[in-house]
Design a protein around this ligand. Sequence first.
Ligand SMILES: Nc1ncnc2c1ncn2[C@@H]1O[C@H](COP(=O)(O)OP(=O)(O)OP(=O)(O)O)[C@@H](O)[C@H]1O
Length: 276
Amino acid sequence: MLTISNVSRRFGDKLAVSDVNLEIPQGQMVGIIGRSGAGKSTLLRMINRLTNVSEGAIRFDGVEVSALRGKALRNWQRDCAMIFQQFNLVPRLDVITNVMLGRLNHRSTLLSLLQIFTEAEQLRALQALERLDIAQTATQWAQTLSGGQQQRVAIARALMQAPRMILADEPIASLDPRNAKIVMDSLHAINREQGLTVITNLHTLDTARAYCGRIIGMAAGRVVFDGTPEQLTTDVARQLYGAEGLEDAFSEAMTSTSIEPARRPTAKPRELADAL
Ligand SMILES: Nc1ncnc2c1ncn2[C@@H]1O[C@H](COP(=O)(O)OP(=O)(O)OP(=O)(O)O)[C@@H](O)[C@H]1O
């Protein structure tokens, strides 16, 4: 269980995240939505400690991860693997080495510096690539892959960490709809089959509705919605995106990341937008 208690984060005078309280049981697939600047990235980055909390506490299975230091902190960052919009691969390294770099926190610094990996690690990396259906790219430089393939390599690298949760910060924001669907399908399958908690920031509401059993809506640093896709009414969407932003949030044509839902939402996005 991940527990976020009264967490705030300030940057100077700016309150980026304000008094957030959440409990996320292991195995949930959670989508965090909201306008640009709502505080979504800052919240994710506090969970994996790329950013520290200003107030409050984040606990995982009772351990206060927001207070960890040194090796314990590195172990936590291994346990909650993070995926970014821009993939963050090493462009002139082959794909399989990029994936094996996910083992960094499991091994000695010297072996890592020399990039010496055991046969077991190589096999594990290949299995992770196979799981993402890109084993055929193993010997290519990462920079030669398409964006969608690179994001799948990043997910494979995250899996190499043997994490307990995956945090994804706008993982499909740079992808075309087809690749966005492949990446979201992959995250969904990992969540379902391995029971890993997945918490992902998403730009569009329709993607969150299609893939996430739980949706958290943020506005001006606060959590203003926490519920199922079915509970996310037009009123809530208007509160999150504003009347003028609502069309973009729902529209399949307006953004490159909007993708066909894997299952039908209870009300069609266009019908909700028309109801305004
Ligand atoms: N390192 C920082 N220094 C100063 N201000 C920051 C910093 N990081 C975030 N902020 C501010 O905090 C607020 C929340 O930003 P955050 O990136 O968390 O929002 P977001 O919902 O993820 O937006 P986006 O979808 O654009 O990434 C914004 O006003 C942003 O300018």
